[in-house]
Design a protein around this ligand. Structure first.
Ligand SMILES: Cc1cc2nc3c(=O)[nH]c(=O)nc-3n(C[C@H](O)[C@H](O)[C@H](O)COP(=O)(O)O)c2cc1C
Length: 319
């Protein structure tokens, strides 16, 4: 079984990838998307979003990190895909699932699921341009408004030469509303011969087993669940329980210290709040702490609140 850490714009950055892959269980990470419009982007755009490129395309724990591109123009996507692998990305992933209005308005992301031929042209151009030893993968939803083109889209992507296809088993209109329609992935599998990765609504080991059974897919990708339970991948592999809350607090502190001094420090408070919005699904004390953090604007105030919470749990443990 391969377990892939999902791309999550605004949440799963290099630091999060570093922490989660150190905890273990992941075979591959996909970066947040790089938006490609009509130019070859400078290397700094790639290294800012994927600093692992400076580390041989791997996290410090040694997990490969593949750059994801989002765009609609086959030529410019191909040019930037080549640049990504030249800079050290072990392959390229193409985003055909993003539901954001701004992206969809300019014909990027999930809206391309209405244009089967364009999907084909994009994947073909990228596959032809990137040296064959580098995988070119794609990530789709089941469709834009409905599933009428699901099988055609998957077949077009496979025919264009994609090495692997991740299926987030919902349409763009479904948003993130449960359920994820895992049996749809099994239907796709009957039509296409490339490796499929099942994605959507895997929050624990039981979900993972059900998803693998219903999708007939051995490999999975974890998104929000990986943030709700930092050891989710490992727990799926060995049925271990969720990481204890004090350990999660230590991770939060570690994340804060690094994130606040990195060049993304201005995003710190939003990022940590977004992480909390997932943690509170798994950990009741996270919900309590989130209600205090939610109103805080300054990074230093958030850090102090986290420190106090950590002291409280360690004092209680030693009392
Ligand atoms: C905040 C957020 C950001 C995301 N960013 C991306 C992205 O950059 N690229 C992408 O292909 N999917 C993105 N996704 C979709 C996830 O990769 C994944 O397909 C989705 O969350 C379903 O999986 P899950 O139910 O395990 O979370 C994002 C999802 C969320 C919630």
């Amino acid at each position: 079984m391969k377990i892939i850490l999902a791309p999550m714009e605004g949440v799963v950055d290099a630091l999060m990838r570093d922490m989660l892959t150190r905890i273990g269980g992941y075979d591959l990470c996909i970066t947040e998307f790089i938006r490609v419009v009509d130019q070859k982007l400078p290397p700094r755009v790639f290294t800012r979003l994927c600093p692992e490129l400076l580390n041989g395309g791997k996290t410090f724990a040694g997990t490969p990190v593949r750059v994801q591109l989002l765009g609609q123009d086959p030529h410019w996507l191909a040019e930037n895909a080549v640049r990504a692998v030249e800079l050290g990305s072990p392959g390229v992933d193409l985003n055909f699932g993003c539901p954001a209005k701004t992206v969809n308005k300019s014909r990027g992301g999930a809206v391309l699921l209405k244009e089967t031929n364009q999907l084909y042209q994009i994947v073909k151009a990228v596959r032809d341009a990137v040296p064959p030893q580098f995988p070119v993968s794609a990530k789709i939803r089941l469709g834009y408004e409905d599933t009428s083109l699901t099988l055609d889209n998957a077949a077009a992507i496979a025919a264009a030469g994609a090495s692997m296809l991740t299926v987030h088993a919902r349409t763009k209109s479904d948003g993130y509303r449960p359920p994820a329609y895992w049996p749809w992935i099994a239907k796709i599998k009957q039509q296409v011969a490339i490796p499929l990765i099942a994605n959507g609504e895997i929050w624990n080991a039981t979900d993972a087993a059900l998803c693998r059974q219903q999708s007939d897919c051995k490999d999975i990708m974890l998104g929000r669940g990986a943030l709700a339970m930092p050891n989710l991948a490992q727990s799926i592999r060995d049925n271990s329980p969720a990481m204890p809350w004090p350990q999660v607090l230590e991770l939060l502190m570690q994340y804060s210290e690094f994130e606040m001094c990195g060049d993304k420090s201005q995003y710190y408070s939003n990022r940590i709040k977004q992480w909390f919005s997932y943690l509170k699904l798994q950990y009741p004390p996270a919900a309590e702490l989130f209600s205090q953090l939610r109103v805080l604007r300054k990074s230093s105030e958030i850090l102090t609140t986290l420190e106090q919470a950590l002291h409280l749990v360690t004092d209680n443990a030693t009392a």
